[in-house]
Design a binder for this molecule. Structure first.
Ligand SMILES: [Mg+2]
Length: 378
């Protein structure tokens, strides 16, 4: 039995050396919300709450946790992480809908769920992945992410130097320029390297079909979010039937029902929930198992700080399958300082730690300069 007696939350913003461009907007800084829970015995766990957007999102998530959610957690007895997640999801659902903030509430609940999983794994003295599956492997295959296609000339050599040979390129900016850049980049790959593309929901069906036709001779490993998550299901089916490239998505799907519908619709073959954005470990584990059972692949989505990064790796290792771990290659101390400045990637594999839980004791001191808000609840 766990009784949470204290919650702490931090908002951070780390300035970007170069703004990170997507088809829907530019990230001028890298935000993060980290959360720590502590129980009556002084045991603790760390979680991360997704906050990449909107621009004021990080501070808002901390206040949401402090003023609308913490009282539902403090002093309650937790029997298991799954019971905790389901109860908190249920208790916050109506208020989240009432204020039109289903996403932010889901993100706060997700971060708390990750922290409770970390605490339970620590108490069991097991790495989190072994709490999920006793014979989980110690490493998972990874890919380099966050590579805007016009910056590929700089970021792909950097990613190679970091130990990557799989690369995901952000497209959706200029159709002809994107297509010719994909051909050029593919022609320069060495034998063991592969590329995928992420359009961040940029295209209509007609545009997505123009793109897949334009790169028909390139063996793209997957195409992520070619169309908006809200595009007509028949458009998704049409696109999937007109290309042999596996379609991927999930970072903008909320709810087990939403994921179940996406899995059963069979347009997406790569399912990509983000543990800090919806579901935490509890519900994303269920989604990943559902995906694998139905012949899809599970690739965790993640582009945040070090705690969510470590947790995504632990969940992928715990789930199994042939999924790839998303590792942002853009400079971000909110992520890399948790790994002594360099993520544990070599020859395309991410090595998980062997310490209990996520293996994270504290927020690195160097991040204090980026802190914008702190809240303590007890
Ligand atoms: Mg994406």
């Amino acid at each position: 039995m766990i009784n949470i007696t204290r919650i702490q939350a931090w908002a951070f913003r780390s300035p970007t050396k170069k703004p990170v461009a997507t088809s829907f907007g530019i990230m001028h800084d890298r935000p993060a919300v980290l959360v720590r829970v502590e129980d009556q015995d002084g045991a603790f766990g760390w979680g991360e709450i997704w906050a990449n957007w909107p621009a004021a999102g990080a501070e808002h998530r901390v206040r949401l946790l402090e003023m609308d959610v913490a009282h539902l957690v403090l002093g309650t007895t937790i029997k298991s992480p799954a019971e905790f997640f389901n109860s908190l999801d249920e208790q916050t659902r109506i208020r989240a809908v009432q204020c039109g903030e289903v996403g932010p509430f889901a993100q706060v609940v997700a971060g708390l769920d990750i922290a409770v999983w970390d605490m339970v794994a620590r108490r069991a003295e097991l790495p989190m992945r072994q709490l999920i599956r006793a014979d989980a492997p110690d490493s998972v295959p990874a890919y380099a992410s966050g590579i805007q296609i016009s910056a590929a000339g700089d970021l792909m050599p950097l990613a190679r130097a970091q130990g990557h040979h799989r690369f995901k390129l952000k497209v959706g900016f200029d159709m002809n320029a994107d297509i010719s850049a994909i051909h050029r980049i593919h022609a320069e790959l060495s034998n063991d390297e592969l590329i995928a593309c992420d359009a961040n929901q940029a295209w209509s069906l007609v545009q997505a079909q123009e793109f897949v036709a334009g790169i028909a001779d390139v063996p793209l490993h997957w195409l992520e979010e070619p169309m908006p998550v809200f595009a007509d299901p028949t458009d998704w089916r049409t696109l999937s039937q007109n290309t042999s490239i596996p379609l991927a998505g999930g970072e903008n799907i909320i709810g087990e029902t939403g994921f179940d519908e996406a899995i059963k619709a069979r347009a997406l073959s790569v399912i990509q929930p983000d543990i800090a954005k919806w579901g935490g470990i509890t519900a994303c584990l269920a989604v990943a198992q559902n995906a694998l059972t139905n012949g899809c692949r599970y690739f965790p989505h993640f582009l945040g700080a070090g705690i969510g990064m470590a947790a995504s790796a632990e969940l992928l290792a715990g789930v199994g399958g042939d999924g790839l771990l998303e590792v942002d290659v853009n400079d971000n101390p909110l992520r890399s300082s948790f790994f002594d400045g360099r993520e544990p990637v070599a020859e395309g594999m991410w090595t998980c730690g062997n310490a209990p839980g996520l293996g994270i004791e504290d927020i690195p001191d160097e991040l204090a300069q980026f802190q914008t808000l702190y809240a303590e609840m007890s």
